[in-house]
Ligand binder design. Structure first.
Ligand SMILES: Cc1ncc(COP(=O)(O)O)c(C=O)c1O
Length: 351
C-alpha cells in the first residue's frame, strides 16, 4: 500500500527546492533594495505597537492599512472591497494559483520563476510561450488562450525589466483569460494597470512592499481586483496571513511616501546611468524599468563575466538569455561597472 512515504518521494522527485544565490557582502541577485528601512521609521513602528494586541489574533488586513492602500493606489473607481493583502506577493501568487487550480497557467519566459515553481506545487498545467524580442507572440497564440487560462505577466518584466505595451495587455484581456499583472517593481517605472480593473473583470494587479519600501523581510504584498474575486481570495487565504507588526511597517511606509520617493528616484538615476554605461561599452541591454539591469549575452561572454563576478564575490542572477544585476548603492554599482570595463578591455586586447 501507498503510505505517506510515497507522497514524500514523489514531491522530492518532482519539485525543485526554492534556492537563491549564497549570501555575500555585495548581493545583487534578488532585486532587493540596497538601503535599510530607516531607524527613525522603525521607532515609529515601535510606538504604534500596542502590547495588548500582540496576544490577540489580529485582522489581516486591518482597516487602517486598507484605507492607506486605497489612498496610495489613487483610483477613484475602486474601494477597499477591491483590495486584500498577502504574506509577500509570493503568497498572493500561490493563492491565486490555488483558487484557479483547474485552469491552464500560461507564462512568457524569461519571466519570474515562481509562477512555474508554485504552479507545479499545486499540480496545475503550465504552458510556457517564450517572448520574441521581448514581445508576446500574439499571432502564434490566438487559439491557445481562452476563458480556461490564467496568465501571469510581470510588468515591468522580471528579469528583463521592459514594459509590455498596452496592445499586448489588451490582447491578453480580450482572450477572456484571467490576467495577473505583477507590478512588483511598479515604483521604479511608474506605469500601472490598476485603472483598468474597473473595466476588465478578468484583471488582477499584484504589488509588494519588498522592493521600493525596503521591506522584503517583513513579507507584505497586496492585490487589486474586482470585488467578487477579492471576496473569494479572502476565503481561500489563511485567516491571519499577514502579521500585526508587518502591517504596521506597511502603514508607516505609506505615511512616509516622500522619504521613499526620494530613494526611489536615486535608484532610478543609478539604473539609467548603468544602462547608459553598459550600452556605451557595447552590451545589448534591455530598457529596464525595474531596480535592476539585464543584458543579453552569448554563452561564452556570460561565462567569462560570471567568473569575474564570482572572483569579486558579487552575487548576481544568471539566466539562459543573459545576466540580471540589481541596482545597489552607487559604490556597488561602481564595482559592477568596473568589472564590465575590465572584461571589455581584455576582449578588445585579444582581438
Ligand atoms: C515579479 C516579482 N513578483 C513577486 C516577487 C515577490 O515579492 P514578495 O517579496 O512580495 O513576495 C518578486 C521578487 O523578486 C518579483 O520579482
Amino acid at each position: 500500500v501507498d503510505d505517506f512515504r510515497k507522497y514524500i518521494a514523489d514531491i522530492k522527485d518532482k519539485l525543485f527546492k526554492y534556492q537563491t544565490e549564497k549570501r555575500s557582502k555585495t548581493y545583487l541577485a534578488l532585486n532587493e533594495n540596497p538601503y535599510p528601512f530607516p531607524e527613525k521609521l522603525i521607532e515609529e513602528v515601535y510606538k504604534l505597537i500596542d502590547p495588548y494586541k500582540i496576544p490577540t489574533y489580529y485582522d489581516s488586513p486591518d482597516e487602517e492599512l486598507l484605507n492607506l492602500l486605497l489612498e496610495y493606489i489613487n483610483s477613484d473607481k475602486l474601494s477597499v472591497k477591491n483590495l486584500s493583502i498577502g504574506n509577500g506577493a509570493d503568497e498572493i501568487i500561490y493563492y491565486l494559483l490555488l483558487m484557479f487550480k483547474e485552469m491552464k497557467v500560461t507564462i512568457f519566459p524569461p519571466t519570474y520563476s515562481c509562477y512555474k515553481l508554485f504552479a507545479k506545487d499545486i499540480g496545475s498545467k503550465v504552458i510556457s510561450i517564450p517572448l520574441k524580442e521581448e514581445k508576446i507572440p500574439i499571432n502564434e497564440i490566438e487559439n491557445l488562450l481562452n476563458v480556461d487560462s490564467i496568465v501571469f505577466i510581470p510588468n515591468p518584466n522580471n528579469p528583463t525589466g521592459h514594459f509590455f505595451e498596452d496592445e499586448e495587455i489588451e490582447f491578453l484581456l480580450n482572450t477572456g483569460a484571467l490576467v495577473i499583472i505583477d507590478e512588483a517593481y511598479y515604483e521604479f517605472g511608474k506605469r500601472s494597470y490598476i485603472d483598468w480593473i474597473d473595466e476588465y473583470k478578468n484583471l488582477v494587479v499584484i504589488r509588494t512592499f519588498s522592493k521600493a519600501f525596503s521591506l522584503a523581510a517583513q513579507r507584505i504584498g497586496y492585490l487589486v481586483a474586482n470585488e467578487d474575486l477579492i471576496d473569494a481570495y479572502n476565503r481561500i487565504r489563511l485567516p491571519f496571513n499577514v502579521d500585526y507588526v508587518s502591517q504596521l511597517f506597511a502603514r508607516v511606509a505609506l505615511k512616509n511616501l516622500e522619504f521613499f520617493r526620494k530613494r526611489i528616484e536615486e535608484i532610478i538615476n543609478e539604473r539609467e546611468k548603468m544602462k547608459k554605461e553598459l550600452m556605451s561599452l557595447g552590451y545589448k541591454i534591455s530598457n529596464s524599468q525595474g531596480n535592476f539591469v539585464f543584458m543579453y549575452l552569448d554563452t561564452d561572454s556570460k561565462e567569462v563575466l560570471t567568473r569575474e563576478f564570482e572572483k569579486k564575490k558579487i552575487a548576481i542572477r544568471k539566466f539562459s538569455e543573459g545576466l540580471r544585476i540589481t541596482i545597489g548603492t552607487p559604490k556597488q554599482n561602481e564595482m559592477v561597472l568596473r568589472i564590465f570595463m575590465e572584461v571589455k578591455k581584455n576582449e578588445n586586447s585579444k582581438n
